[in-house]
Design a protein around this ligand. Structure first.
Ligand code: B12
Ligand code: SF4
Ligand code: SF4
Length: 371
């Protein structure tokens, strides 16, 4: 008979740092999740609302599921390097260039093979991110940690620098005790530090204002009023985790797969804005940074340069005013308006004459009004 202890040993063997068992039930946060969708906080992430009913029970993902094995992998590696004047920041989870979905899926597959060998006939289904499962709710249920006010799942030993995944199974396993305790106390550091005021209240995030959403998931121009708040973030954001006291002592991983690739951390925003589509593909293919596509990542680069205060970025932004992607041109126009100076003004005036996209035209006009 397959026991919880067998599965936990196999999970550690497969390379997971955290493991706990939860029963297949309706997650406690299901109604809060529906309300979150109703409030519009998911922004353009339609894949969440499209399957909202499926979140009511993991049975929608796997017929006959009885237990969920919740798993965590620590990705804390080095400490961030301060970017140069025209450099930008990348969220820690993407530093190595490894797509964590691929990595976790590989380990889940290994775990599934081990389980099926130990108990022939057992059915399993591995899940990371994309299935309709509230992973943090089940992780709390499986005893892996508590919800921080920044909505991250926090663990006393590991902080929040870990990914989650789940292995669903049709076996009745002994569940772990739910992590009922919470250890945020009166702290509000994450809420106070968020550069774009994305928390509506503790435990509730308006993704539409979150830099992680804006720089990775959001298609089209980043709303003007949030661009300054994006600061130096080219891809994702770690501010609400960096300030969290529980992350101070979180141990680094020994897994070389998570250590930074030298050209990704820190990332040069000026160099990024000059990448052709071919060069972009060659550099970012198979990495998480390909998700916003060239248009999204170069849009972010233009905004970061606009926030840099560096006149040396002006010629690069002026060239990007002729990029094929309207959102890159629009963000560059905004950035030139923010940096100011005669050279920026001339570039905007020259582009105004030939620009055919009305939204980019508006960006140019607004920037020229300021100069
Ligand atoms: C959509 C999504 C996002 C969105 C929305 C984030 C959010 N906070 O909702 C965006 C793009 C902004 C995002 C950003 C990030 N994400 Co994300 N994301 C997801 C995804 C795919 C779904 C999350 C979701 O359903 N959100 C909706 C909200 C309502 O649900 P929730 O936060 O998961 O659960 C909360 C509610 O249930 C609520 N709740 C429960 N009961 C009750 C009761 C009441 C009364 C109330 C008010 C609330 C409440 O508390 C829960 C925990 O906060 C999950 C993977 C998954 N399938 O779960 C990864 C996931 C949550 N993301 C993850 C990561 C790493 C990130 C980033 C750190 C990436 C980055 N550095 O840029 C940031 C962190 C930003 C942040 N502070 O959350 C990890 C989190 C790991 C962890 N330790 O917590 C996950 C689990 C992915 C993974 N497989 O590892 N993400
Ligand atoms: S990831 Fe950044 S923008 Fe998003 S909630 Fe946290 S601090 Fe705010
Ligand atoms: S910063 Fe403070 S309030 Fe926010 S998650 Fe960490 S302990 Fe909780």
């Amino acid at each position: 008979m397959l026991t919880s202890a067998d599965i936990k040993a196999a999970a550690r063997q497969a390379g997971f740092d955290l493991v706990g068992i939860a029963p297949a039930v309706t997650p406690t946060g299901f109604h809060a999740f529906l309300q979150w969708l109703r409030d519009g906080y998911a922004g353009g992430m339609e894949y969440l609302s499209r399957r909202e009913e499926a979140y009511a029970h993991p049975g929608a993902i796997m017929d006959g599921v009885r237990s969920l094995v919740l798993l965590g992998i620590n990705y804390r590696s080095a400490e961030p390097t301060a970017p140069a004047e025209t450099g930008g920041r990348v969220s820690r989870y993407a530093w190595s260039g490894t797509d964590y979905h691929d990595l976790l899926r590989g380990r889940l597959k290994q775990l599934a093979v081990d389980v099926e060998q130990a108990a022939p006939g057992t059915r399993t289904r591995g899940v990371v991110d994309t299935a309709p499962l509230l992973e943090r709710d089940f992780a709390r249920l499986a005893g892996l940690g508590w919800f921080g006010k920044n909505t991250m799942l926090l663990n006393k030993q590991r902080g929040s620098w870990f990914f989650l995944a789940a292995l669903l199974t049709d076996v009745d396993l002994e569940p772990d005790p739910t992590h009922f305790a919470a250890h945020c106390g009166t702290c509000t550091r994450c809420l106070d530090a968020c550069p774009t005021d994305a928390f509506v209240e503790p435990y509730v995030l308006d993704a539409r204002r979150c830099i992680s959403y804006l720089t990775i998931e959001h298609k089209g121009p980043i709303p003007r009023e949030l661009r300054e708040g994006v600061g130096q973030w080219l891809f994702g954001c770690d501010v609400c985790q960096e300030v969290c006291p529980w992350n101070r002592k979180a141990p680094p991983t020994s897994d070389p797969l998570f250590y930074p690739r030298p050209d990704l951390e820190p990332l040069d925003a000026a160099g990024l804005l000059q990448l052709s589509p071919e060069a972009f593909r060659a550099r970012f293919r198979h990495t998480p940074l390909s998700r916003p596509k060239r248009a999204g990542l170069l849009r972010n680069a233009a905004i970061v340069l606009g926030n840099s205060g560096s006149q040396s970025a002006v010629p690069i932004l002026a060239t990007a005013l002729a990029d094929d992607e309207p959102q890159v041109r629009g963000a560059s126009a905004w950035a030139l308006g923010r940096l100011g100076g005669a050279e920026a003004r001339e570039a905007l005036i020259a582009r105004r004459v030939v620009e055919s996209d009305p939204e980019v035209g508006d960006e140019i006009a607004l920037s020229l009004e300021k100069l």
